[in-house]
Design a protein around this ligand. Structure first.
Ligand code: PGA
Length: 315
């Protein structure tokens, strides 16, 4: 079991949003391994360990060929529709996605609201997989209002988005609770899009993302979503995103394994749109995107998916 956590030293050089002033090398506590089995992952750690990591050593990677990609995983783009849509608007969106031309070398996932998953599953091209936006911590039963991982699989979902900042900061889910959900969903063979990311005040205090436990690294995509960039139109600069992605990948390499570091997709989310996705995609540790608002427009979402072509740059 490993836990996702990263703290930056308050004196870190991690660059903040334009209004932030931050300085000097980042120190991290990070993904912590333990020998706990899946069954024991129900007792999750909630504390942050004192592991430190400096990302600066790897942030100046030299070019490794014609494809600017540090990880070996396929480009991944998820559309998080959040609590948006009606039967009619979703019909239109699905029709736009079905007729869009999408680059083949991208995994594409959309996350409709629960109540429209069946409609989407029955009308959307198989080229695009479906994610739920949440799942319960265990087997279903007397849990009013919840949806179980088994039910998601039954209805054709392949993925679930967990730990999104809106569930943390609006609804109040904590790391322990999210960790339980992640463990259970992974145990049911759902892929997990595990969201991490800091509030503006956390970034200003030197923290970049939160902590929760996961039982294995198979089937996880990490979405780094600085909360100050979500739905605000204030996208992280490619350099800001790259800096954290490098740190996460380095942490995985040192604390889980180089193989996991290479194969785990680390995607960026927060005000990604059709106009900024190509520049972000050029960064070698950005393996794709989790997109909110812009995923509600089929043409824009297709452009973001196709920004994978920006990764193919001259060495
Ligand atoms: P946004 O949302 O693209 O609208 O900023 C991203 C997200 O919340 O996943």
């Amino acid at each position: 079991m490993a836990m996702i956590s990263t703290y930056l030293n308050p004196s870190s050089q991690l660059s903040g949003p334009k209004s932030c002033t931050a300085a000097s090398p980042p120190l991290f506590s990070g993904l912590r391994r333990s020998s706990a089995s899946l069954s024991t992952t129900q007792s999750f750690f909630h504390s942050v360990n004192s592991h430190t990591l400096r990302s600066s050593s790897s942030s100046n990677r030299t070019s490794r060929g014609i494809v600017a990609m540090a990880g070996s995983g396929k480009f991944f783009v998820g559309g998080n529709w959040k609590c948006n849509g009606t039967k009619d608007s979703i019909k239109q969106l699905v029709s736009d996605l079905n007729s869009a031309t999408l680059e083949p070398d991208v995994d594409v996932v959309v996350g409709p609201p629960f109540v429209y998953i069946d409609q989407v599953k029955n009308s959307l091209t198989d080229r695009i997989e479906i994610a739920a936006q949440n799942s319960w911590i265990g087997k279903g039963g007397a849990f009013t209002g919840e949806i179980s991982a088994e039910q998601l699989k039954d209805i054709g979902c392949k993925w679930v988005i967990l730990g999104h900042s809106e569930r943390r900061h609006v609804i109040g889910e904590d790391d322990q609770f999210i960790g339980k959900k992640a463990a259970y969903a992974l145990g049911q063979d759902l892929g997990v899009i595990a969201c991490i990311g800091e509030l503006l005040e956390e970034r200003e205090a030197g923290k970049t993302f939160d902590v929760y436990a996961v039982p294995s690294w198979d089937n996880i995509v990490i979405a780094y979503e600085p909360v100050w960039a979500i739905g605000t139109g204030k996208v992280a600069s490619p350099e800001q995103a790259q800096e954290v992605h490098v740190a996460v990948r380095d942490w995985l390499a040192k604390n889980v394994s180089p193989e996991v570091a290479s194969k785990t997709r680390i995607i960026y989310g927060g005000s990604v749109n059709a106009g900024n996705s190509a520049d972000l995609a050029k960064k070698e540790d950005i393996d794709g995107f989790l997109v909110g608002g812009a995923s509600l427009k089929g043409a824009d979402f297709a452009t973001i998916i196709n920004s994978v072509t920006a990764k193919k740059v001259a060495a």
